[in-house]
Design a protein around this ligand. Structure first.
Ligand SMILES: *[C@@H]1O[C@H](CO)[C@@H](O)[C@H](O)[C@H]1NC(C)=O
Ligand SMILES: *[C@@H]1O[C@H](CO)[C@@H](O)[C@H](O)[C@H]1NC(C)=O
Ligand SMILES: *[C@@H]1O[C@H](CO)[C@@H](O)[C@H](O)[C@H]1NC(C)=O
Ligand SMILES: *[C@@H]1O[C@H](CO)[C@@H](O)[C@H](O)[C@H]1NC(C)=O
Ligand SMILES: *[C@@H]1O[C@H](CO)[C@@H](O)[C@H](O)[C@H]1NC(C)=O
Length: 948
């Protein structure tokens, strides 16, 4: 960038000199030529000039004195027109009003001596660049930057035989089919056509190669996709600046670049799709100051050690590529290493190995970005020698060891970002000794222990403090008291077990993100008004009543504390204030009383979790005004009465968990009609009665349907097969993970699966479950249910279901747990059951099943208890043998066929399992050995966990 300026500087200087001489040292006796004055007046008439910039262009004045007009100081000819608009970046409206527009009158051609024309940043409304511009044979400078010309570039510009500077940048509607005309501009030194559509100009490089004087070429975002890897003869050897960023090049880095060894200073190829390695020949570009190959994605291999031999390099950006292996070896260095390197960015690659000590020799370095790689080993203490360092990013690697004390010497350091490594050990005052300029400190997700004196007053004033999972306690860190204006504070899981000091709340009111979760912080927060945008105090020991929330708060999490009292003060005070709260999580506290009718003041709420408190009474109708609510958790309280009808206005609901209460009445049919985005409906353990409404089958996104332990009667709706998410389909991560300022809120549910209760959070999106157990349901199990091939858990136990098990139950190939116990089911267990190769929990006990338990490696692996209480059932694992049945049925061909079918099925499943590809034997063994199988599924769950 520094260099960018210096090159432009040369060109600019050239022109500024000529401008200065022409405009400032004018001989007072020279006046403008009348013919040219008339030409300019005609030109003015064609223009739109809303801000009257051309006010001085009056017929009774010498045109050489007009604004923007420059005359030759001897002949009086108009030689320059400076009609560019300018934008300083603050007053956009004035800038827009100052744009000239309208038509460009050919009278301009009468200015036969014109050598400088600047019309940049005006608005010519998409008209073409006039063909007649080609007639200005003497024109040396043409600047049409951002002047809103459109259409095809006229090839007549190829007649501008004297032109040295041509800038057509940012005329977004401009295009060219070929650039042949350019090849005639043999004096051209500067060409910028960035943002002009050149995708049809396949000849661009051949043409450019005919411009021996060209020193700057900018073709950024020109839709180019063709970059020939080699050129017969490289002609444009004056090229110093080459910007080809934001195009669609998908070949290798072209060879001809390395022939520009004496001239090239600046090379920008970022945001293309270049592939292959960096050739060693890059070391030939001895003058190179700026090299940006970032955001190509596919440049790979080892970073050529020749790169470190580029002695004049200021900026090296290789981020967002596919570089692998280490950077330790630097080849035979020319001794200049990093003499001038100011910015090194290797982030978002797959680099591994150690961060080499030699990095410490990059003495001019200001910015070092190495995050999102796989570097391991220690942080080299030599980094402490780079006294100019201002930004140090080493986060998201696998660095281990301690934090070198030498870093405390980096007196210019503003950012120290080492989050998510395997670092540890003590961090003391010494580590921060001279870091008085530090603004951002992010060391979360390591194993550091901060060991500083209680009276420590740091020399820095931090803006962001990330110390999640650093050991800061047991005392509350008092040094932050002197930090005047941080906006981000993360002290989560920091082993603080102390009373929160009262001064903290004063400081806190100025911090927009606070995370103190997962500590053992004590104290009363009853009389505090929280003001942070995001505040997470969950999993602590806070007591007293709920605090108040200022209108700034958008997310407040206080779950797992000991807060008591009622919700009314928090919800019902200062109702005239605008509320912005989106997330309110007060679960697992000691809140009591009834919910107040104040929800209409909190219409921005999207996530509400009041689960596991001592709340009671009716669910207030005002909750129906929460139009944006996606997630409603009220489980494990003592709410009673009907669900208010007004809840049907909460059409954004995706998650309803109101289990474990005393709610009664019919299941509302509106749920299926209004809350059509519902993914989880958990009404377990209430007193709901009546039928299961058919509308429930409209909830095609449902993955969890838990109506267990109520008093529901009637039949199981046969239409459950409409719930497509259970039949197929996978949810995306976002469905259960709602992100908000810096953090995310992960949905969780308690499900009874495989006969035990477990909390599902991370793997919830992989779960499909129907639990209708412990109701008064009657009738048969609808055969349609067997098409739910994505369902993992099905529990219909403890009802009055009768009839046979669906013949095709084997179609539910994802079933891990099936509980049909304590019903009145009868008939034989369908042979297709043996297809359920994922089944880890089965309970068919206490029914009237009869006949032989189908033979499959699977069904025999369960204990007797799975089948007990079915007097007519026989065969392994039951001890009752089926001698008589064997006689009548024998080993029928059908049976054989089914056996084969099931083998095929589990072979197929094996193949699909990804994690065990090629280890079909493993799967086979697992089918026999129950304990092994459990272990395997745990492994699978762990794998899924790791995918998060
Ligand atoms: C006129 O301009 C030329 C360059 O264009 C310069 O060398 C010369 O000194 C100027 N003459 C006067 C009288 O300013
Ligand atoms: C051309 O115009 C643009 C926009 O006004 C300006 O940024 C640029 O510096 C001009 N070029 C020269 C060489 O003056
Ligand atoms: C090199 O430039 C000269 C002069 O413009 C031109 O005649 C010649 O064809 C160019 N060579 C190539 C290979 O483009
Ligand atoms: C490069 O892109 C073109 C067109 O977009 C495509 O046809 C070609 O296969 C790509 N080449 C490579 C190597 O990806
Ligand atoms: C909170 O304020 C009330 C009323 O001002 C007061 O009675 C109570 O003692 C205060 N509680 C705490 C913990 O400061």
């Amino acid at each position: 960038m520094i260099m960018d300026k210096s090159v432009k500087g040369v060109v600019l200087l050239l022109w500024c000199l000529s401008v200065a001489t022409c405009l400032c040292s004018r001989d007072p006796k020279v006046v403008c030529i009348d013919k040219e004055k008339q030409a300019l007046l005609s030109f003015k008439i064609g223009l739109k000039d809303p801000s009257n910039r051309l006010l001085s262009w009056a017929s009774d004045e010498d045109c050489c004195t007009w604004r923007g007009v420059g005359c030759n100081n001897i002949t009086g000819h108009v030689v320059e027109l400076h009609l560019g608009n300018s934008y300083s970046g603050n007053d956009y409206e004035t800038y827009v009003r100052s744009k000239l527009g309208g038509d460009i009158n050919p009278s301009l051609l009468k200015l036969k001596h014109l050598n400088y024309l600047d019309l940049s940043l005006n608005d010519f409304g998409g008209i073409s660049i006039p063909d007649f511009f080609g007639i200005f044979r003497g024109l040396r400078y043409l600047n049409l930057t951002g002047a809103q010309f459109g259409g095809r570039i006229p090839h007549q510009l190829g007649n501008l035989s004297s032109i040295r500077y041509l800038n057509l940048r940012e005329n977004f509607d401009l295009y060219a089919y070929d650039l042949g005309w350019l090849s005639h501009l043999s004096s051209l030194e500067y060409l910028d056509m960035s943002f002009v559509d050149l995708h049809r100009a396949v000849d661009w490089l051949q043409v450019v190669n005919m411009l021996p004087s060209l020193s700057e070429l900018h073709l950024c975002y020109c839709h180019l996709d063709n970059i020939p890897p080699s050129l017969g003869y490289v002609n444009f050897t004056s090229l110093a600046v080459l910007d080809l960023s934001l195009n669609f090049f998908n070949y290798t880095i072209p060879n001809w670049l390395f022939n520009l060894s004496n001239s090239l200073l600046y090379l920008d190829l970022n945001y293309n799709s270049l592939q292959g390695q960096i050739p060693n020949a890059i070391g030939k570009l001895k003058s190179l100051q700026f090299l940006d190959l970032s955001n190509n994605g596919y440049i790979e291999g080892r970073i050529s050690s020749s790169v470190w031999n580029l002695c004049n390099l200021h900026v090296l950006d290789l981020s967002y590529n596919n570089f692998r292996r280490g950077i330790e070896s630097v080849g035979n260095l020319s001794g200049c290493i990093g003499k001038s390197l100011k910015s090194l960015d290797l982030s978002y690659n797959q680099l591994t190995g150690h961060i080499p000590d030699w990095i410490g020799e990059l003495k001019s370095l200001k910015r070092l970005y190495l995050p999102y790689n796989s570097f391991y080993g220690p942080i080299p203490s030599s980094l402490g020698n780079i006294s100019s360092l201002r930004f140090l990013y080493l986060s998201y690697n696998k660095l281990s060891g301690t934090l070198p004390e030498s870093l405390g010497q980096l007196s210019h350091l503003e950012v120290l970002h080492i989050r998510s490594n395997l670092l540890g050990g003590f961090v003391t005052e010494t580590h921060f000794a001279k870091l008085s300029k530090l603004k951002l400190l992010e060391m979360s997700s390591n194993s550091f222990v901060l060991k500083v004196n209680t009276s420590w007053i740091p020399s820095f004033q931090l803006e962001a403090i990330g110390m999640g999972s650093c050991v800061l306690g047991p005392r509350f860190p008092s040094w932050i008291r002197m930090q005047s204006s941080p906006y981000y504070l993360n002290f989560s899981n920091a082993r603080i077990s102390d009373t929160i000091p009262t001064w903290f709340w004063n400081l806190a009111s100025r911090i927009s993100y606070i995370n103190l979760s997962g500590n053992q912080i004590h104290g009363e927060i009853s009389n505090i008004t929280l003001n942070s945008e995001t505040i997470d105090l969950s999993s602590n020991c806070f007591k007293g009543w709920l605090p108040r929330l200022s209108p700034n708060v958008t997310a407040f999490r206080l779950s797992k504390n000991s807060i008591s009292g009622s919700l009314s003060p928090l919800l019902c005070e200062k109702m005239d204030e605008q509320k912005n709260l989106q997330i309110l999580d007060l679960s697992k506290n000691l809140l009591s009383g009834e919910l107040p009718q104040c929800w209409m003041y909190w219409q921005t709420l999207t996530i509400l979790n009041l689960g596991s408190n001592n709340l009671f009474g009716k669910i207030p109708s005002s909750m129906g005004s929460l139009n944006f609510l996606t997630s409603l958790h009220l489980r494990n309280n003592s709410f009673s009465g009907d669900l208010p009808l007004s809840l049907q206005n909460c059409t954004s609901l995706e998650f309803i968990d109101i289990g474990e209460n005393k709610l009664s009445g019919n299941l509302p049919s509106w749920i299926g009609e209004k809350a059509t985005n519902l993914t989880a409906l958990r009404l377990r353990s209430n007193k709901f009665s009546g039928n299961i409404p058919l509308q429930i089958c409209h909830l095609t996104s449902l993955v969890v349907l838990d109506l267990a332990n109520n008093s529901l009667s009637g039949v199981i709706p046969p239409c459950l097969d409409n719930i497509s998410m259970m039949a197929t389909g996978q949810l995306s991560y976002d469905d259960f993970n709602r992100s908000y300022a810096y953090e995310s809120y992960e949905e969780n549910l308690i499900l009874v699966t495989k006969g035990r209760e477990s909390e599902y959070e991370k793997i919830l999106r992989f779960v499909r479950s129907i639990d209708l157990s412990s109701n008064n349901l009657s009738g048969v199990i609808p055969s349609e249910i067997s098409t739910l091939s994505a369902l993992n858990f099905l529990n219909l136990s403890q009802n009055y279901l009768k009839g046979k098990m669906p013949e095709k139950i084997g179609g539910m190939i994802s079933l891990e747990s099936l509980d049909l116990s304590r019903n009145c089911l009868s008939g034989e267990i369908p042979q297709s059951m043996s297809n359920l190769t994922f089944l880890a929990h089965l309970d068919l006990s206490h029914n009237n099943f009869s006949g032989r338990i189908p033979l499959s490696t699977q069904l025999q692996s369960f204990s007797e208890l799975s089948y007990t209480g079915n007097p007519e059932l026989c065969g392994a694992p039951l001890l009752t043998n089926c001698a008589r049945n064997d006689e009548s049925e024998g080993a029928t061909p059908v049976h054989d066929h089914n056996e084969e079918g099931s083998e095929m099925m589990w072979f197929y499943l094996c193949m699909g399992l990804g994690f065990v590809v090629g280890f079909c034997g493993v799967c086979g063994v697992l089918l026999f050995k129950k304990t092994w199988r459990y272990a395997y599924f745990r492994f699978l769950e762990d794998k899924i966990d790791q995918l998060m």
